[in-house]
Design a protein around this ligand. Structure first.
Ligand SMILES: Cc1ncc(COP(=O)(O)O)c(C=O)c1O
Length: 372
């Protein structure tokens, strides 16, 4: 099987851990272990964790904690995976046959379109519209999700735009999937990162053919735990568990314990509060910086912490611009081209050194602007 390069992840794989200023992280700056656990908790983990394969679909105490995030969730609905990336992969691997129609709301993280295309699907895009604050064109959606479509894929809240679907848009997504008999694959890994502190509604429970994907990498800023999940009907959850036997078998024993800890109500509240505080402060800084460059930049302010999709008016494509910023200043952002939207940059704004890094690239931006 041949796959298209996963453009954004390839760039991160090559550069993320080599640059001075990494603004590719779409959650807020990841937590340090010492921010998550106390010495006593760490001692307890040290003394009691055995480094074995844990229950491969997810140990009951972890499932219990994850179910606490949803209405009407039973252990049989859940499969715990290595990141939400594995969850998405398993769903597409199982569902997609060559020639299937997969409708993807774009721009998005691009994993599902890439994998689905690799398995032979026809991937049909439905674009979020910047002129409608990254909202959906409902007619376009209805037209794209034809009867027989296999999957309707949405990322909500959305990476890279930071937008959140309205109640009417969610209704339309459910109706379109239902009318077509398609599986609704809803990647909700950013749920909990909302800047107004109101958790956005889940698609869970809206339609019997729903697959919700979640995880601890974004809203919880714990990507290094590699902890995600699939929430779906028991039959599909059991089937995907069989597929998980072939990929990674189980999640890791240390992450599982740390995940349980992170999902304790008081710890969860503390993590989300940390991230809201950083996001709000940094978003003000980012907005001021963009405004200071006159009409060079335009953006719809994101509604979640961590990620902003910024349009620009400069005389070069986004990949070229990103490479210039990388080479001249060791500052890394992701080109919009990786999401099928050139003349945009995805800026992860949750880094504590955001303003320092942005100040460094002023000179390049002004030089390019003057050359127009
Ligand atoms: C929408 C979306 N889904 C899934 C992932 C993969 O995340 P992880 O596997 O760390 O949970 C990402 C990462 O950026 C993402 O943005």
């Amino acid at each position: 099987m041949r796959i298209d390069p996963f453009q954004s992840e390839r760039l991160l794989s090559l550069w993320q851990n080599k640059v001075d200023y990494d603004f590719t992280e779409t959650g807020v700056h990841p937590m340090f272990l010492h921010e998550l656990v106390s010495r006593e908790e760490l001692d307890e983990i040290y003394a009691s964790v055995q480094l074995r394969y844990i229950q491969t679909d997810g140990p009951p105490p972890l499932k219990e904690a994850i179910c606490g995030l949803y209405e009407a969730c039973g252990h049989e609905n859940l499969l715990v995976t290595n990141g939400s990336a594995e969850a998405n992969f398993l769903a597409v691997w199982h569902l997609v046959e060559p020639g299937d129609r997969v409708v993807a709301v774009l721009p998005n993280y691009m994993q599902v379109p890439g994998v689905a295309r690799g398995f032979g699907a026809e991937v049909v895009p439905v674009y979020l519209r910047p002129e409608h604050a990254w909202g959906l064109d409902l007619e376009e959606l209805e037209g794209a999700v034809r009867p027989g479509a296999k999957i309707l894929y949405v990322t909500n809240p959305n990476n890279p735009t930071g937008a959140i679907l309205s109640a009417a848009e969610m209704d339309a997504v459910v109706a379109a999937a239902e009318a077509a008999g398609a599986w609704l694959l809803a990647d909700e890994v950013y749920r909990g990162a909302e800047l107004d502190g109101e958790s956005s509604p889940s698609f869970w429970g809206r339609y019997h053919k729903t697959i919700v994907v979640g995880g601890l990498s974004k809203a919880y800023t714990l990507p290094g735990l590699r902890l995600g999940w699939v929430l779906t009907d028991p039959e599909l959850a059991a089937t995907l568990w069989g597929y998980h036997d072939y990929t990674t078998i189980s999640t890791n024993a240390v992450s599982e314990r740390l995940a349980r800890l992170a999902l304790r109500p008081e710890v969860r509240a503390r993590i989300l509060e940390r991230n809201h505080t950083i996001s709000k402060r940094n978003l003000r800084g980012l907005s001021d910086w963009l405004a200071a460059h006159g009409d060079t930049f335009n953006f719809v302010p994101p509604r979640i912490g961590g990620v902003a999709f910024v349009g620009y008016n400069l005389p070069l494509g986004s990949t070229e611009l990103v490479m210039q910023l990388l080479q001249e200043h060791s500052v890394l952002v992701v080109p919009g081209e990786a999401f099928g939207a050139d003349r945009y940059l995805r800026i992860g704004y949750g880094n504590p050194r955001l303003l320092e890094g942005l100040a460094l690239i002023n000179e390049t931006i002004e030089r390019l602007r003057a050359s127009m």
